[in-house]
Design a protein around this ligand. Structure first.
Ligand code: MN3
Length: 201
């Protein structure tokens, strides 16, 4: 099954009010994400994994020395699909069940945000920071390059792309400001709550 670039779940200018410009989404979705799809499809051909789901391709190629290129492109394709869904133009606030779980795990919403920003800032070079569910526990993690929670059997509840292409147009070199703004103004907390509910709450 070939990889396909999904449309953004909103207009390219829909997140501008939250601090992510139309130009960023034109580059990030239309060019960067598309490149992962196109390169992934070239590498998928002849890999023996053509019939597998995207998730299966990611987990089957993680740490497979002869399939590093396919892993990088497939995992980044998966990561970006999640990332677009995890943001939205409507600032709905955090549903109460999600807020309760975050307070239980981190002490407070602010303490969670501090850990999340610190994880993203602490990721040297390119990568992602995440809120994951592992077993019954909520955790903040960071991963290099395209590595994602699927690789560790975790459920991704929230992920932030900290590759420079995600923030350099709008925030230049200010990664901490970008991640804090992501949490404060861009996250679709309803989507995060749905992921938590689907993972058993
Ligand atoms: Mn990206």
């Amino acid at each position: 099954m070939a990889f396909e670039l999904p449309d953004l779940p909103y207009a390219h200018n829909a997140l501008a009010g939250g601090g992510m410009s139309e130009e960023t989404l034109q580059y990030h979705h239309d060019l960067h994400h598309k490149a992962y799809v196109d390169n992934g499809n070239k590498l998928l051909e002849g890999s023996g994994l053509e019939g597998k789901s995207l998730e299966e391709v990611v987990t089957a190629t993680y740490n497979a020395a002869d399939k590093a290129g396919l892993f990088n492109n497939a995992s980044q394709h998966w990561n970006h699909i999640q990332f677009w869904e995890m943001m939205g133009p409507n600032r709905t606030g955090m549903p109460s069940e999600l807020e309760a779980r975050i307070k239980e795990a981190f002490g407070s919403v602010d303490a969670f945000k501090e850990q999340f920003v610190a994880a993203g800032v602490g990721q040297f070079g390119s990568g992602w920071c995440w809120l994951v569910k592992e077993g019954d526990a909520l955790k903040v993690t960071k991963t290099p390059n395209g590595v994602n929670p699927l690789c560790f059997g975790q459920t991704a509840l929230l992920g932030c792309d900290v590759w420079e292409h995600s923030y350099y147009i709008d925030f230049r070199n200010k990664r901490p400001v970008y991640i804090q703004n992501f949490l404060d103004n861009l996250v679709n907390w309803e989507n995060v709550a749905q992921r938590l509910a689907a993972a058993g709450g």
